[in-house]
Design a protein around this ligand. Structure first.
Ligand code: SAM
Length: 286
């Protein structure tokens, strides 16, 4: 697990309990539509069975929790955990509206949570496990939440260079700004992009039978049906990408927007702007 030692500032967790959670909620339809293809493949791989009791880590607006609830049926249950109070409030209302009586939610930091009902049969997370400031300690805690031999399924992003949707955007930005060097393993979407690191982390936490498979597919930037212009609006408003441009001169911002529109125009098809993406589907047993 060796790597150069990042500073504590670089390792600071993203503010999902505050601004990041609010931003995800404000754009939830577009975010969920964007990750729907990878999410469907991930749920299929997880193959939940009736009666299982599942915990959904970093459940966001609860879309996956409700989908799993339908698969495990009335004899099973799903508990979604998320650090964002805004998202937990939204997910709770959403489950109630959907009549998903076997799905509930708790606002908590999954790194230290000890929810009632543990140990669960299964632990699941679609892109909700890459944000821990102290992943070693967090994964140790997650292991304590599932029964011996219980299965864990995590979807995490593969390296940015294998995700054209992000790599090409960063390429555009890099032509106009001096970008901060990425810090390997710092909390963020690409913290778990290295399979060797995932294996080491899960192994150290006591998980066994770690299996990592690549998912390769298309990612619709800003969700289904975007035009190049609406995809750019999404990128600048909803992704951290936009924050890198917050303090630049208007002319630079305009130039970046124009280049992004040109980039996305090369990738627009009948379903909107779609670019290649790669994620790791990780499974293991407690
Ligand atoms: C990229 S979003 C994914 C949301 C959801 N899993 C989905 O696929 O729609 C990441 C989620 O992880 C949550 N999260 C980040 N750090 C967390 C932590 N320490 N404990 C619990 N949830 C956390 C965020 O609040 C956010 O909802």
């Amino acid at each position: 697990m060796s790597a150069s030692t990042p500073t504590s500032d670089e390792l600071k967790a993203e503010d999902w309990a505050g601004a990041m959670g609010a931003k995800w909620l404000a754009n939830i339809d577009r975010f969920e539509s964007m990750i729907a293809p990878v999410g469907e493949a991930f749920l299929e791989r997880a193959a939940f069975r009736p009666g299982e009791r599942v915990i959904d880590i970093g459940c966001g607006g609860g879309g996956t929790s409700i989908a799993i609830g339908a698969q495990v049926g009335p004899d099973g249950s799903v508990l979604g955990l998320d650090i964002s109070p805004d998202l937990i409030a939204y997910a709770t209302t959403r489950a109630r509206t959907a009549g998903a009586g076997n799905v509930s939610f708790v606002q908590t930091d999954a790194a230290t949570a000890s929810p009632s009902g543990a140990p669960f049969d299964r632990l699941f997370s679609r892109f909700g496990s890459m944000f821990f400031a102290e992943p070693g300690q967090a994964f140790g805690n997650l292991k304590s939440l599932i029964r011996p031999s219980g299965r864990v399924d995590l979807a995490v992003w593969a390296p940015a260079r294998d995700n054209l949707w992000i790599a090409a955007m960063m390429g555009v930005l890099g032509r106009h700004l001096t970008l901060p060097a990425p810090v390997p393993r710092a909390p963020g979407p690409f913290a778990l992009d290295d399979p060797d690191y995932i294996r080491a982390l899960l192994g150290a936490a006591g998980f066994v039978d770690v299996d990592i498979a690549a998912w390769d597919g298309m990612q619709q930037v800003g969700g289904a049906g975007t035009s190049p212009e609406s995809a750019v609006a999404f990128v600048l408003e909803a992704l951290s990408f936009g924050e890198l441009l917050a303090e630049v001169a208007p002319a630079v911002r305009s130039a970046v927007s124009a280049e992004l529109i040109a980039l996305f125009a090369q990738h627009v098809g009948p379903d909107g702007v779609a670019m290649s993406a790669r994620a790791w589907f990780v499974s293991a047993r407690a």
